[in-house]
Write a protein that binds this ligand. Structure first.
Ligand SMILES: Cc1ncc(COP(=O)(O)O)c(C=O)c1O
Length: 472
């Protein structure tokens, strides 16, 4: 039998020393190689990655076309500095991305990841108003229970209570404001229709504009589908149209963060295509752009932004040393060609539908001990979440004792021991970030049917085992 993974409570002395300050409170096992959705660990085990790291590895590890493109690029040109020289793969990738928006975008620029992309979005939005002589615009409106990155400005823009907490006292507060999330299943009132709920949210945004002074607002910023905080929460119908109408009315920008939801994760290249088809003025993408082969993000700009900047300063005032890196852009271009060339959006729509069907069948069956605790199973194409609710006991819900742990993390750990990587989260069901447990699945777009079945089998086994240990 394969050796078990190290659990957080196991003595650290059995492990080799590490000089990395790791992100998890336990020592993560060491991966040595990967192939498709499989990862091989130093301890000899082969595990399945059902979440692509963090919705990143969208075509799995080791794709020959990407490896070839990266090797060829290294042989040709490894680095130029973007203030001095552009490069061929960056120009080609920009062409591809701008044309992927069916007219929504006119220019694009590159950075090295998601947080950098959202920082760049904010600075580009501000530059647009600075260049177009509206310097009084200084306020961003984000949403509670959102996540836009781990830098100080992106933590300020977003509202992820757990990730903000240690830094709350040094975050920017005067330029960043928040309105309610769009999470109907949790926050739509029983006496409201979907239209009423959207109208309440629209009005709240308009009231926030009026409170701040409408001509001081730079833009409203949202994840098209929310990821790390609430877990694959899509907006109600008409929501983005309503929110954009407020931005348009007061001349502010409508800005979308598609770092997790974009580049095919939801079965279309841009997630907004599925939600009212409302294109943003500015958009950030990252994870599915480089598919984990390289560190890359991009900012996509509409004609309005492009014209505003081209007609004044004419250049981007923001930048980093590694932006538009030739190897990163060559790899990302290859990843995008694999997605289109192998028809992977169609595959992930099919396999995602199977994943959703199996999760529903297995978790909600009359035999499932977890059924009474399943609050929601949601998602589409390559992105799914299961949300559990242990907070409100009812006659058919036995009491549980989580012993100070959180169900999401316990299931994540148990699945890891069983050879399955998924992500567990806590705190997505109230604005304070103290309640709610969900687990997230985001497999590679080239995942196969038998792999989906295996993922669900291991997940159900892990979740039921954890449950049997906490039920009182
Ligand atoms: C919606 C969203 N925005 C921004 C980020 C930050 O990206 P990165 O971790 O690459 O800095 C993430 C990462 O999970 C994300 O999900």
């Amino acid at each position: 039998m394969a050796p078990a993974l190290t659990k957080p409570e196991e003595p650290q002395k059995t492990l080799k020393p590490t000089f990395i300050l790791h992100r998890a409170p336990w020592r993560p096992p060491i991966a040595v190689s990967g192939e498709g959705i499989y990862l091989d660990l130093e301890d000899g085990r082969r595990i399945i990655d059902a979440v692509g790291g963090a919705a990143v590895a969208c075509i799995g590890n080791g794709h020959p076309a990407v490896k070839k493109a990266m090797k060829e690029q290294i042989d040709k040109l490894s680095y130029v500095y973007s203030l001095q020289l552009s490069n061929q793969p960056a120009e080609e990738l920009a062409d591809y991305l701008v044309n992927s928006g069916n007219g929504a975008f006119e220019l694009c620029t590159f950075v090295s990841g998601g947080s950098e992309a959202m920082e760049a979005v904010m600075k580009t939005a501000r530059q647009y108003f600075y260049d177009t002589k509206q310097e009084q615009r200084v306020n961003f409106i984000g949403r509670q229970l959102s996540f836009h990155g781990n830098t100080l400005a992106t933590l300020s823009l977003a509202h992820h209570p757990g990730r903000r907490a240690p830094y709350a006292d040094i975050l920017h507060v005067s330029n960043f404001h928040h309105v309610s999330p769009a999470y109907a299943k949790r926050f739509q009132r029983p006496d409201e229709t979907e239209e009423d709920y959207v109208e309440r949210l629209r009005k709240e945004l308009e009231d926030k504009f009026l409170e701040l002074g409408p001509d001081t607002v730079i833009g409203f910023v949202a994840e098209t589908v929310v990821g790390a905080t609430t877990g694959v929460v899509a907006p109600p119908k008409g929501y983005f149209k309503a929110m954009k109408s407020v931005c348009d009315k007061y001349g502010a920008l409508f800005i979308l963060d598609e770092i997790m939801s974009g580049m095919g994760r939801l079965g279309t290249l841009h997630a907004w295509e599925q939600y009212d088809g409302v294109a943003p003025d500015l958009q950030a993408v990252a994870k599915g752009l480089g598919g984990g082969y390289v560190s890359i993000g991009a900012v996509l700009m509409s004609k309005r932004i492009a014209d505003g900047i081209r007609d004044s300063s004419g250049f981007w005032k923001h930048g980093h040393t590694y932006q538009a890196h030739p190897i990163a852009t060559a790899a990302a271009l290859a990843v995008q060609r694999v997605i289109t060339g192998e028809n992977l959006l169609s595959n992930i729509r099919t396999q995602g539908a199977l994943l959703g069907k199996l999760l529903n069948e297995r978790l909600l069956s009359s035999k499932s001990p977890l059924a009474p605790f399943v609050f929601d199973i949601r998602g589409t194409a390559g992105w799914w979440a299961v949300e559990f609710d242990f907070d409100e006991p009812s006659p058919n819900k036995p009491a549980v004792d989580l012993k100070g742990g959180t169900f999401g993390l316990l299931v994540q750990q148990r699945c890891m021991e069983k050879g399955l990587v998924i992500m567990g989260f806590h705190g997505g069901s109230n604005a304070e970030g103290t309640k709610g447990d969900h687990l997230m699945f985001s497999p590679a777009y080239n995942v196969k049917e038998e792999e989906i079945i295996k993922i669900v089998d291991i997940f159900i086994e892990g979740a039921e085992e954890v449950f049997s240990e906490i039920v009182v």
